[in-house]
Each structure stands twice: as structure tokens, then as C-alpha cells.
Write a protein that binds this ligand. Structure first.
Ligand SMILES: Nc1ncnc2c1ncn2[C@@H]1O[C@H](COP(=O)(O)OP(=O)(O)OP(=O)(O)O)[C@@H](O)[C@H]1O
Ligand SMILES: [Mg+2]
Length: 483
């Protein structure tokens, strides 16, 4: 005898929520597989598969509990367990395939097929577990349709999820995957006829046990999914931390390399005040050696020696600061001061190549919250590039540095030169790592500059300078970062 069932709308909604949340968590965990190394890979893969398989399974049972039938329902334990295991392994296969080379369309489709089959296999095995009490028959058209929905929507969800890290798109992907799971289930149910083995008892009313059971299944699933999500997020935080550290190390190496290049100029710069101190010390001794020592003049000379010594110590302190390896620190930085300090360090280098420096620094420049050494490194890279570009040009060699306040709480620094100009047809590549046109260049300077500027929520770009040379623009936010 055919038995008709009805749906509890709240539990149907709950089942769809389970499907969507499980999809979000599983896709998030699945996204970690490709990036993981060594033992991390199978662990993330297993976590994604268990989450996905477990989520589908849980959705199925919440949905079955939402389906109110007049006959009592129970599930055979063996087949019920099998349906969970199959779902975990088959969807795990899907994650395995897509995590190898997520870009390939063939792998995407294959992975979508695995996911869809995993969802469908779980459903139909789960239905078989009910055979003891009811006779089931399926409409072939609905079976085909349920498979198409499961595979089609899974493929679409995987395509969305594995091409982006954007939260909005990941949420859409989770919704589509949730649609694959719940759409498959309810379509398949639409084509399923239940027939009771014996006479149908009177229709049951509202069954509290059934609702409680559904809530318990869904609640347990939510707790498991939330723990998986927290584990995944903390791993992401750790990975971001490691990336930041690697970037800081790279920036440090590049800074020290540049300081190495500047070695001769820096030695000259330090030597100058020392030589002046020696001259002044001589003068001081002469004033004292007189028949009537001129104490006033001797004191003046001694004071000049103190100033010379302090100048040398200051230059050495700046060099040490740039060579030091430290973790990035946020403080209020006066960008004009950073530029002026660098000009002192680069002075000998600049005069060696007969370069004239024009500075127009705005007096009312607001401070930026950022890492002083990193910002110094950005300015140093830009100035060193300009000097390199002008080394061999005939005619006027001019390095112009301007700073000004722009609207919307930002400041702008412009570094322009009259050098050889940006490499033609490759201007967009100069910020790529290892792009260099110099025989001894590494090509990391601008890549590091951009990553530092972006970590300060700013922007850095290049343009042609007129009548010749290159111009670099740097924008940094001033107020929003102060918090
Ligand atoms: N001011 C400039 N004028 C002309 N070309 C420039 C200028 N600044 C950068 N470029 C071009 O961009 C390329 C990349 O610059 P980047 O600073 O990243 O590396 P690099 O200076 O070649 O090497 P390094 O890693 O030692 O800094 C340079 O090789 C050069 O071709
Ligand atoms: Mg450079």
C-alpha cells in the first residue's frame, strides 16, 4: 500500500542549513589541501572528506526526519554506516582530484562527478537502509535529474570555490554546494514512492521525538563543523604569520644587500666627520700649546669635535638600524624625516654621479602609522633605482622628491628622475619579482617595495616622466591606520 508523507518546513530549512554550512567548511578545508606540504596534505584531505561526507549524511537524516510518514521508520545500522563511509571516500576522491591541479577543466569536471556521485550514493544507500519497513520504488526520470543536479551543482561550486579566496565568492560556492546536496535529496525524494509492508496505521501527529532527534543530529553536526572551521581558521592565521615572517626576512636580506652596494659611499660618509674631528683636535692642541693657551678657542674646537663625533655616531646608528633584523613595528612615522635621513646616507653616492637633488617636502605632512625601517627601505629602493637609471645618461641628472598631503587622509610621495626611463613594453613587469634589466640586479627591489606599501594599505605605481626618465608615485593612508 502506497504511503504518502508530508514535510515539516522547519526541519527542511534546518537540513538545508546543515548542507550549506557543511559545504562551506568542507570547501574551506579542501582549499588547504593544495597548499599543504608533507603530512599536512592527507590530514587536510581527510578533514575535508569527513566534513563533506559527514555533512551530506547529517543533511540526509535531518531531511528524513523532516519527512513525516504514517508508518514508523527505522534504519538498518549496517547500510546506514556504509552510506556514511561511501560518502566520505567518494567526496574525498573529489577533493583529491581537484587539489592536484585546480586550474585544469578536466580535473574540475572529474572532481564534480566524484562529489555528485558521493552525494547520490550516500542518499540511495541511506534509503536502502529503510527497506525493512517500507518498499521503495524510484521514478527513473527523477533519479537522472537528481544525479544531474548533484554533479552539475557540485562542479559549479568547486569551480567557484577553487578560483578565489574572496569571502563573498566562497559563500556563494558554499550555497551552490548546499544546493547540490539538498537539491539532489529533495529531487530524489520527489520521485520516490513508499509502500508499506502491512496496513498503514492512522496518520501520526506532531512527533516531538522526531524533531528532537533531528535537532540533535543537526546540533552535533554544527558543533563538529564549527570546530573544523576554527581549526582551519587558526591554520590560516599561522600560515599568514609565516608568510609575513618570510617577507620580512626577504626584505631584510635585500636591505643588507643594498647597504653592501653602498659600502664605499657609506664609509666615505662616516669618514668625513671623523676626519673633521681629527683636524679640530689638532687645532685644539695648538691653541693649548701656545705660551698663553687660548682656552676660549680650544673650547670652541673641542665643542666642534663633539658635534663631529655625534654626526658620525648618528650615521652609524642609521646604518645599523637598516641592517638590523627586527620584526615589523607600527609607530607614527614622519615621512619627510625618513626622506631627509636617507639623503644624508646617499649623499656621497649622489655626488659621485653628479646628480642634483630637488626636494619639495610639504611642511604640513601628516604622519603615517607604519614600520619606519620598512618605509625607509621603500624610499631607498626608489632612490637607488633612480640613481642607477641616471648613472650613464648624458646631460642633466636630476632626482626630484616631492611629498604632499592629498585629500581623503592620504599623503603622496613622488620620486622622479631624468634617467633612461622605464623599459619600453615591459613597464608593467617592473614590479614582478626577479624582473631586472641590470647586469647585476636581482629584481627584488620594486617587488619588495610594493609588498611593503600594500601592507601599509597604500599604493605604489610607476609612470613616464617628462621630458625623460621615470616617476614613481607612492600613496600612504594617514589617519585610518592610526588606530
Ligand atoms: N627609476 C627607474 N628608471 C628606469 N627603470 C627603472 C627605474 N626603477 C626601476 N626600473 C626598472 O625596473 C627594474 C626592476 O627594478 P627593481 O628595483 O625591482 O630591481 P633591480 O633594481 O633591477 O634589482 P634590485 O633587486 O637590486 O633592486 C629595473 O631593473 C629597471 O629596469
Ligand atoms: Mg632596485
Amino acid at each position: 500500500m502506497v504511503v504518502a508523507g508530508t514535510y515539516d518546513p522547519y526541519l527542511v530549512a534546518l537540513s538545508i542549513m546543515v548542507a550549506a554550512l557543511a559545504s562551506y567548511t568542507a570547501l574551506d578545508l579542501g582549499g588547504r589541501v593544495a597548499a599543504a606540504r608533507g603530512l599536512g596534505r592527507p590530514v587536510w584531505l581527510a578533514a575535508a572528506a569527513i566534513t563533506m561526507g559527514g555533512g551530506i549524511w547529517s543533511m540526509h537524516f535531518v531531511a528524513m526526519l523532516a519527512f513525516i510518514m504514517p508508518t514508523p521508520m527505522s534504519y538498518e545500522i549496517g547500510l546506514t554506516t556504509l552510506s556514511l563511509v561511501v560518502a566520505i571516500f567518494v567526496t574525498g576522491g573529489g577533493f583529491y582530484v581537484i587539489s592536484r591541479h585546480s586550474g585544469s577543466p578536466l580535473r574540475l569536471v572529474l572532481s564534480g562527478i566524484f562529489m555528485g556521485l558521493g552525494i547520490a550514493a550516500m542518499h540511495y544507500i541511506g534509503m536502502e537502509a529503510m527497506r525493512e519497513h517500507v518498499e521503495l520504488s524510484y521514478d527513473r526520470l527523477f533519479v537522472a535529474l537528481s544525479l544531474i543536479i548533484a554533479i552539475g551543482a557540485s562542479t559549479a561550486a568547486l569551480w567557484l570555490a577553487f578560483r578565489t579566496t574572496d569571502l563573498g565568492q566562497k559563500l556563494i560556492a558554499a550555497a551552490v554546494m548546499g544546493l547540490a546536496i539538498s537539491g539532489m535529496h529533495y529531487t530524489a525524494m520527489g520521485g520516490t514512492t513508499f509502500a508499506a509492508h502491512g496496513p498503514v496505521p492512522a496518520a501520526r501527529g506532531y512527533d516531538l521525538d522526531q524533531t528532537n532527534l533531528a535537532l540533535a543530529v543537526a546540533g552535533t553536526t554544527f558543533v563538529i563543523l564549527a570546530s573544523a572551521l576554527i581549526a582551519s581558521l587558526s591554520e590560516q592565521k599561522r600560515a599568514e604569520e609565516a608568510l609575513r615572517e618570510a617577507q620580512a626576512n626577504l626584505a631584510h636580506v635585500s636591505r643588507v644587500t643594498t647597504m653592501g652596494e653602498l659600502c664605499a659611499s657609506l664609509a666615505h660618509e662616516v669618514n668625513q666627520p671623523i676626519a673633521a674631528a681629527v683636524t679640530n683636535a689638532d687645532a685644539c692642541l695648538n691653541w693649548l700649546a701656545r705660551d698663553t693657551p687660548n682656552l676660549e678657542k680650544a673650547r670652541e674646537s673641542a665643542m666642534t669635535i663633539v658635534k663631529d663625533g655625534m654626526r658620525a655616531a648618528e650615521i652609524i646608528a642609521r646604518i645599523r638600524l637598516l641592517c638590523k633584523k627586527g620584526t615589523p613595528q607600527r609607530e607614527l612615522v614622519d615621512v619627510n624625516e625618513v626622506i631627509q635621513e636617507l639623503i644624508v646616507l646617499l649623499r656621497s653616492h649622489i655626488t659621485r654621479y653628479f646628480i642634483s637633488v630637488q626636494m619639495e617636502l610639504a611642511a604640513d605632512l601628516p604622519q603615517v602609522s607604519g614600520d619606519r625601517v620598512q618605509l625607509q627601505q621603500v624610499m631607498m629602493n626608489l632612490m637607488m633605482n633612480s640613481i642607477d637609471a641616471m648613472k650613464d645618461v648624458e646631460g642633466k641628472r636630476e632626482l626630484a622628491i616631492k611629498s604632499y598631503r592629498t585629500g581623503n587622509e592620504q599623503l603622496m610621495v613622488c620620486v622622479s628622475d631624468s634617467g633612461v626611463g622605464l623599459p619600453s613594453q615591459q613597464a608593467d613587469q617592473i614590479f614582478h619579482a626577479f624582473f631586472t634589466t641590470k647586469p647585476h640586479g636581482i629584481g627584488m627591489g620594486l617587488a619588495i617595495c610594493r609588498s611593503i606599501v600594500e601592507s601599509h594599505s597604500g599604493r605604489l605605481w610607476a609612470a613616464d616622466n617628462s621630458p625623460r626618465g621615470a616617476r614613481f608615485h607612492l600613496i600612504l593612508p594617514t589617519k585610518s591606520m592610526k588606530a
